[in-house]
Design a protein around this ligand. Structure first.
Ligand SMILES: NC(=O)c1ccc[n+]([C@@H]2O[C@H](COP(=O)([O-])OP(=O)(O)OC[C@H]3O[C@@H](n4cnc5c(N)ncnc54)[C@H](O)[C@@H]3O)[C@@H](O)[C@H]2O)c1
Ligand SMILES: CC(C)[C@H](C(=O)O)[C@@H](O)C(=O)O
Ligand SMILES: [Mg+2]
Length: 356
């Protein structure tokens, strides 16, 4: 079993280190770890945010554990050199079109949500975000208007095959959950969303056991804070999914808690090849201060073990260790506590070793 570790920038290395410690504590036989540069650090060392050797390392692995990319000192670079291009390039080039972002309320953390505690504790949803299409990957550029002013433009497109495959992911996920898919779009305005909605309806016919409803994204953003427990699976495009998943993280307490899996079609000897990362970014405002919450990275490792390595028992063991750690008040500043990043890692490892 090969895992490529790509820590990246800012708090990426801090939180990934803690996830790797948890992985080490499991002492899985036959596991080899490789690590590579990605993002701003890769640009500094190799002149590109996604060096060919990093991409090859990811391709050759059974799974990728990714930290975060983003470096404010790169903000003025041309787009192709900016750190964020690395994660977009990995997703696209590895065919990782299905991004799973689960968000569930944590017992004992309800008071950290800006929502009323009874609303926060009822949250148990999965954002299924399409990850290799939409306005992210359309043509883009800058031009001059007739009046001689600068104008930026980004093309938004979704093809029916792209929509069909992510719809299948969402319906299958709903079958293993509460059997409900809410497809989120902007079909009252966007052509991409009209095709999206019609295609999702077509695929729904193959899943008579799943209930489908549709919501415009503006209403979905409102319902997510008004009645978050009403959502089971949220099926949506790349841009809307990016935004709604950060919002869902605040509803359950902190962005430092939300993990993700990015999956494609490639099967390995042990499961589905995938890339696993917290939904948060490189958080330059707290990087290097031991203030980052490594829980999202540790839970991303659990998703890796589940989906790519076929290690459900170990995935659940990590999830139980995290739940117990949070329950014992070992919490970082984002959760109102004072534990440092490494202390949270220590506590998860310690707890892991006491449960089977
Ligand atoms: N997949 C990725 O690599 C990814 C994801 C999102 C943003 N980014 C990049 O990260 C950089 C910063 O972006 P941003 O500030 O908008 O988003 P961010 O997610 O990095 O930070 C948003 C806020 O949440 C806090 N936060 C994030 N993760 C935390 C954690 N684990 N523990 C405690 N607090 C945490 C930060 O301190 C900040 O206040 C940008 O360059 C952006 O492009 C990368
Ligand atoms: C860094 C950025 C390109 C990325 C995205 O928008 O997909 C991030 O916000 C995420 O959620 O993973
Ligand atoms: Mg995001």
């Amino acid at each position: 079993m090969k895992i490529a570790i790509l820590p990246g920038d800012g708090i990426g290395p801090e939180v990934t280190d803690q996830a790797v410690r948890v992985l080490d504590a499991l002492a899985l036989p036959g596991l080899t770890l490789f690590s590579g540069d990605v993002g701003g650090i890769a640009y500094q060392r190799h002149g590109t945010p996604l060096p060919a050797e990093t991409l090859e390392m990811a391709r050759a692995a059974d799974a990728v554990l990714f930290g975060a990319v983003g470096d404010p000192s790169c903000d003025d670079l041309p787009r192709e050199h900016r750190p964020e291009q690395a994660i977009l390039g990995l997703r696209k080039q590895l065919g990782l079109f299905a991004n799973l972002r689960p968000a569930a309320g944590w017992a004992g953390l309800e008071h950290l949500s800006p929502l009323r505690p009874e609303l926060a504790s009822g949250i148990d949803l999965l954002v299924v975000r399409e990850l290799t299409g939409d306005v992210y990957f359309g043509a883009k550029g800058e031009r001059t208007t007739a009046a001689g002013e600068r104008e930026g433009w980004d093309e938004m497109a979704y093809s029916a095959p792209e929509i069909r495959r992510i719809a299948h992911t969402a319906f299958r996920a709903a079958q293993g959950r509460r059997g409900r898919v809410t497809s989120v779009d902007k079909a009252n305005v966007l052509e991409t969303s009209r095709i999206w909605r019609e295609t999702v309806i077509e695929i729904a016919a193959e899943y008579p056991d799943v209930t489908l409803d549709h919501m415009y994204v503006d209403n979905a953003a409102m319902q997510l804070v008004r009645a978050p427990a009403s959502f089971d699976v949220i099926l949506t495009g790349n841009l809307f999914g990016d935004i709604l998943s950060d919002q869902a993280s605040a509803c359950v307490g902190s962005i430092g808690l939300l993990a993700s899996a990015s999956l494609g079609e490639r099967q390995t000897a042990y499961g589905t090849f995938g890339l696993y990362e917290p939904i948060h970014g490189s958080a330059p405002n707290i990087a290097g201060q031991g203030k980052s919450n490594p829980v999202a990275a540790i839970l991303s490792l659990a998703m890796l073990l589940r989906h790519s390595l076929g290690r459900e028992a170990e995935a659940e063991r990590i999830e139980r260790a995290v739940a117990k750690t949070l329950a014992t008040q070992v919490r970082g500043a984002d959760l109102g506590g004072s534990a440092a990043t490494s202390e949270i890692g220590d506590a998860v490892v310690r707890t892991l070793l006491t449960i089977s």
